[in-house]
Design a protein around this ligand. Structure first.
Ligand SMILES: *Cc1c(COP(=O)(O)O)cnc(C)c1O
Length: 373
C-alpha cells in the first residue's frame, strides 16, 4: 500500500525556530492576557493584512460570535449554507435567525442576485463566506448593504492574505473574521481574529474577549473568554515569517493539479479570478457524473482505497444539519444542494510533493481506465 495522503498537513517552523521564539516566555512568565507575543503578532498581522484594526482571538469561531455581539444586532442574518458549521452556528448561538441565500454555481459564493428578495423588516446583517478563498461579489454586497442599512460581516476564514483589485480582502464589509486553526494557510495552532475599521468596535471587542472587564474595578459587559495565549502567538510569529513561501509552494501544487486534471471529462476546477491575489488554500473539484462516469462518492471511496483522504467539503449543507431538525428547507438553496453532493476537496498543503499530486491525479485517470476496461 502506498503511503497515506491526507487532505491537509499543518505548516510548521523548525523545532529550533519555535523554541527560540518561546524562550523569553520563561523570563516574563507572562503566558496569556495580551502579552508581548500577542501584541507583536497583532501588529505584524495588521501590517500584513493592511487593515485598520485587528483583534486576535482564541479561535475563529469566537471571533465570529463576538464580532456579531459587538454589532449589537437583532433579527435575521442573510447567509449561505455552503460553509463550515461555524458560520451558521455563530448566528444561531447569538439568538439571531439565519436566512439562507443560495450560492452561485460558478465560484460557490453567495448569489448576490438572490439577496434582495430575502430582505425583510427584520433583516439586520449579511454574513457571506469567501468560500475556498473565492472572493464574494463584495461591490454588489456593499451596494445592497448601503441601500437597506445592513451590517456586513464576512466569514473570511479561507481568505487569509488575499488581495482583491489591490485592496486587502479583510477591508470589505464592517468586519471580517479570520481563522488561524492548524489546518489553515496561516495558523497559530488554534486562533483567529476579527478585522474592522470602526474604532467604536474596538472597546466592545476588547471587553467581549475578556469577560466584559473594562478596568480593574469595572465589569460593564457580559463578555466571554477568547484571549489568545502566548504559545499560540509565538507559533504565529514563526509562521508569519514563512507564509509567503508556503503560499508559493501551494501555488505550485495547484498549478500541477490544474494541468493534470483539466482535460479529464466531468471535472470542474475552481475558477481563477484575475483580480485576486490568491492564497491557494483549497483545491475543490466538482464532479459531473454524467460526463465523468463516476459519482463524487465513488471517486472518494476509490481514493480512500488508494490511501488518499480527500474531503467532502462542504457536505452536508449547514441548513441540513441534524441539530436544526428540519427547521430549514434545503430546497430553497438548490444550487448549494447540487454542489454539496458533487464537490470534493483534494489534498493540498505547502509540503505536498509532486509525486503525491501525481498519485492523486493518477487515481482519477485510473478510474477512467477501470470503467472502460
Ligand atoms: C475554519 C473555519 C471556521 C472556524 O474557525 P476556527 O478557528 O476553527 O474556530 C469558520 N468558517 C470557516 C469557513 C472555516 O473554514
Amino acid at each position: 500500500m502506498d503511503s497515506r495522503i491526507n487532505v491537509t498537513k499543518s505548516s510548521m517552523p523548525t523545532f529550533n525556530e519555535y523554541i527560540d521564539e518561546i524562550r523569553s516566555i520563561w523570563d516574563t512568565r507572562w503566558l496569556t492576557n495580551m502579552g508581548e507575543k500577542h501584541n507583536q503578532l497583532e501588529s505584524e498581522l495588521k501590517k500584513y493584512l493592511d487593515v485598520d484594526y485587528i483583534s486576535l482571538m482564541v479561535n475563529g469561531h469566537l471571533a465570529l460570535e463576538l464580532g456579531l455581539q459587538a454589532m449589537n444586532i437583532k433579527g435575521e442574518v442573510i447567509t449561505t449554507p455552503f460553509t463550515f458549521a461555524s458560520t451558521t452556528h455563530a448566528i444561531v448561538r447569538n439568538g439571531l435567525i439565519p436566512v439562507f441565500c443560495d450560492i452561485n454555481p460558478y465560484d460557490y459564493t453567495i448569489d448576490v442576485s438572490k439577496i434582495e428578495r430575502l430582505i425583510t423588516d427584520k433583516t439586520c446583517a449579511i454574513m457571506p463566506v469567501h468560500v475556498y478563498g473565492n472572493i464574494c461579489n463584495v461591490d454588489e454586497i456593499n451596494r445592497i448593504a448601503k441601500k437597506y442599512g445592513l451590517k456586513v460581516i464576512y466569514d473570511a476564514a479561507h481568505a487569509f492574505g488575499e488581495v482583491y483589485n489591490g485592496t486587502g480582502v479583510m477591508n470589505f464589509g464592517d468586519m471580517s473574521m479570520l481563522s488561524f486553526h492548524a489546518t489553515k494557510v496561516f495558523h497559530t495552532i488554534e486562533g483567529g481574529a476579527i478585522c474592522y475599521h470602526e474604532s467604536e468596535y474596538k472597546n466592545e471587542i476588547f471587553k467581549l474577549r475578556d469577560f466584559g472587564i473594562k478596568d480593574e474595578e469595572t465589569v460593564d459587559g457580559i463578555g466571554a473568554n477568547a484571549k489568545m495565549n502566548e504559545f499560540s502567538a509565538a507559533m504565529g510569529l514563526c509562521n508569519i515569517r514563512h507564509v509567503d513561501k508556503e503560499i508559493e509552494k501551494r501555488k505550485k501544487a495547484v498549478f500541477q493539479y490544474r494541468e493534470l486534471l483539466s482535460d479529464l471529462p466531468g471535472i470542474k476546477l475552481n475558477p481563477v479570478n484575475q483580480n485576486v491575489k490568491s492564497n491557494y488554500a483549497y483545491f475543490p473539484v466538482v464532479i459531473d457524473e454524467t460526463k465523468s462516469g463516476y459519482t463524487r462518492n465513488e471517486i472518494c471511496d476509490y481514493l480512500k482505497s488508494k490511501n488518499i483522504f480527500a474531503r467532502k467539503y462542504f457536505y452536508p449543507l449547514t441548513n441540513d444539519f441534524e441539530c436544526f431538525h428540519n427547521r430549514f428547507d434545503v430546497s430553497q438553496t438548490p444550487v448549494a444542494l447540487h454542489i454539496s453532493k458533487r464537490v470534493v476537496t483534494l489534498p493540498l498543503y505547502a509540503d505536498i510533493s509532486e509525486e503525491e499530486v501525481n498519485r492523486v491525479c493518477q487515481t482519477f485517470i485510473d478510474w477512467k481506465e477501470k470503467s472502460i476496461g
